[in-house]
Design a protein around this ligand. Structure first.
Ligand code: NAI
Ligand code: 15L
Length: 268
């Protein structure tokens, strides 16, 4: 049966806010969790991923978990260790203990960020490409994917790890023309990941059907994901403003873009 009650961690964040708006239309009853109170949602659970007892209570009785909570940019190893590595471990332990069968893990393109970006005529980057994290942040996403594999192999907890490109209402850079995931396609992909049969641990890239796509969406499509958007409609304006990607610019050399050279820092 399709999962109905879903715990959404990171519900106060950018992507969490978009998914709170879009996922209920697919029939989900969302239980919300964040370390920050979720505006306008008095029923949301305010808890830190370090709080094992709170996590255990939060996952009790849900059909699936969408795990978005954590630090979403670069930070010190100590901060990443606590929020993303230990925090994700704590959540998986809670899921195992409470018998939750399916997790959607928000991985990131930064798990493979140092992979050279494909140039014209190059094949798309497959999910099986060797991991090349570009930051402590990307490293934590590699850990999450391995944790997911372990929890499938050892404990039978299924995960779809979604290496999200850039999910924002609109692309705002030329790189984002390649990696953009529209909010609507994100909801379609998340729904496919929660409802596909027998996913075990599947790794997918999360992008729209962009004309300038860099990576292979076949594992996402195999879940039933059918993207509807293409960033190309924003291309003329963005290219007029910024120019095409420059082969000589180190910020444009890798999938991870400027995370490879000067990563944006988590503000807190
Ligand atoms: P965000 O930074 O806006 O949201 C993350 C949320 O997690 C925040 O509301 C924050 O309060 C919460 N959080 C942080 N530490 C926590 C802790 N210890 N316990 C409980 N909650 C905690 O990030 P965004 O953009 O919404 O991303 C969501 C997830 O998707 C993140 O895991 C991020 O790494 C991943 N992702 C997002 C992409 C995007 O384009 N938005 C691209 C690739 C990955
Ligand atoms: C990420 O992983 C970040 O969480 C998000 O804020 C964007 O920077 C995105 O990657 C990206 O690569 O554009």
């Amino acid at each position: 049966p399709a999962p109905r009650t879903v715990l959404l961690t990171g519900a106060a964040g950018g992507l969490g806010t978009l998914m709170r708006e879009l996922l209920p239309a697919y029939g989900y009853d969302l239980r919300l969790l964040d370390i920050t109170p979720v505006e306008g949602e008095p029923g949301a659970i305010t808890a830190d991923l370090a709080d094992k007892a709170a996590l255990r209570e939060a996952v009790r009785g849900v059909d699936a978990i969408i795990h978005l909570a954590g630090i979403s940019l670069e930070a010190s190893f100590e901060k990443i260790l606590r929020a993303n590595i230990e925090g994700t471990y704590n959540l998986y332990e809670a899921a195992r203990e409470e018998g939750v069968g399916r997790i959607l893990f928000a991985s990131s393109n930064h798990a493979v960020g140092f992979t050279p970006r494909p140039r014209e005529g190059d094949p798309l980057i497959p999910v099986g490409t060797p991991r090349r994290p570009d930051t402590h942040y990307g490293l934590s996403k590699c850990f999450g994917e391995d944790l997911a594999q372990l929890y499938w192999d050892r404990h039978g907890v299924e995960t779809v790890s979604v290496r999200i490109g850039s999910c924002f209402p609109e692309p705002t850079s030329v790189r984002m023309l390649s990696v953009w995931l529209s909010p609507g396609d994100c909801a379609r992909l998340f729904h496919a990941a929660l409802t596909a049969e027998g996913v075990e641990h599947t790794v997918v890239y999360g992008s729209s059907a962009n004309t300038r796509l860099w990576w292979d969406l076949s594992t996402a499509r195999a879940l039933g994901y059918e993207p509807r958007d293409d960033s190309e409609r924003y291309a003329a304006e963005l290219v007029a403003e910024h120019g095409e990607l420059d082969d000589a610019d180190p910020d444009h050399a890798h999938l991870g873009g400027h995370f490879c050279t000067n990563p944006p820092r988590w503000p807190h």
